[in-house]
Write a protein that binds this ligand. Structure first.
Ligand code: 13P
Length: 253
């Protein structure tokens, strides 16, 4: 039995004051929705303020990134030790980090390992570009990203996968529920090959890319999809609450 998870990736949006306001706006309604794990991922600078506000509620906290070293001369970076105890989740390998900050599969692998070591559940993002999709290379690209990110990891220990096709991120062009379900089924099959049936049936795999209150029902009713990583729509309290509510009502996994 996989508990569905909806995570809001706020990306580089909201000042500390705005972040506090946004989470306050959502908190009461989110707290009343059961059977869905609800996670907000504000920018680093707002993590402590948001943690304070959600304390004692069922809403959980995630970071959007982290370095893989525990400490050292890495100006501007945040370490797993700094996040442990504050965040339960961390997004790793988002396509925007791969694209704009040159994160390689090797770096992402180190970050997944570091998160697991620190007791933080990584939300590992994978997904193909438009041209890879059009060239029929989706399965090969996604499988390769998965294998490299999980290299030398024996136990998945709560790792979450987010399938985010790059052509669907911020474009308003979401994959259909059926499309996303097929790819996520394929990812689950790869997990079976790598870690066995039990691991594959318990790991949560999310979809991300232009998820809104209008398309979440079609996505979440699919058998292999266990939730969503939501970008733009997670910045609007009403939209995010509606996405979480519809997940509670329609979850198919
Ligand atoms: P959008 O929901 O804005 O398309 O962003 C998706 C995403 O990148 C979540 O991590």
């Amino acid at each position: 039995m996989r508990v569905p998870l909806i995570a809001g990736n706020w990306k580089m949006n909201a000042t500390v004051g705005e972040a506090a306001e946004l989470v306050r706006e959502m908190l009461g309604a989110l707290n009343r929705i059961d059977n869905v794990e609800k996670v907000v991922c504000p920018p680093f600078i707002s993590l402590t303020a948001v943690a304070e506000i959600i304390k004692g509620s069922s809403v959980k906290l995630g970071a959007q990134n982290m370095h893989f070293e525990d400490r050292g001369a890495y100006t501007g970076e945040i370490s797993p030790l700094m996040l442990a105890g504050l965040c339960q989740f961390v997004i790793i390998g988002h396509s925007e980090r791969r694209q704009y900050f040159n994160e390689t599969d090797g770096i992402i692998n180190k970050k997944v390992k570091a998160a697991l070591k620190a007791g933080i559940e990584p939300i590992l993002c994978i997904g193909e570009k438009l041209e890879e999709n059009e060239a029929g290379r989706m399965a090969a690209v996604v499988s390769r990203q998965l294998e490299l990110a999980l290299a030398d990891i024996d136990n998945l220990n709560g790792t979450i996968i987010a399938y985010e096709p790059i052509w669907a991120i911020g474009t308003g062009r979401s994959a259909t529920g059926q499309q996303a379900n097929e790819t996520i089924g394929l990812i689950r099959q790869r997990i079976t090959n790598l870690y066995g049936k039990e691991a594959a049936s318990s790991i949560r795999i999310l979809y991300g890319g232009s998820v809104t209150a209008d398309n979440i029902a079609d996505i979440i009713k699919q058998t292999d999809i266990d939730g969503a990583l939501v970008g733009g729509a997670s910045l609007k309290a009403e939209q995010f609450i509606s996405i979480v509510r519809q997940t509670a009502e329609n979850s198919g996994s």
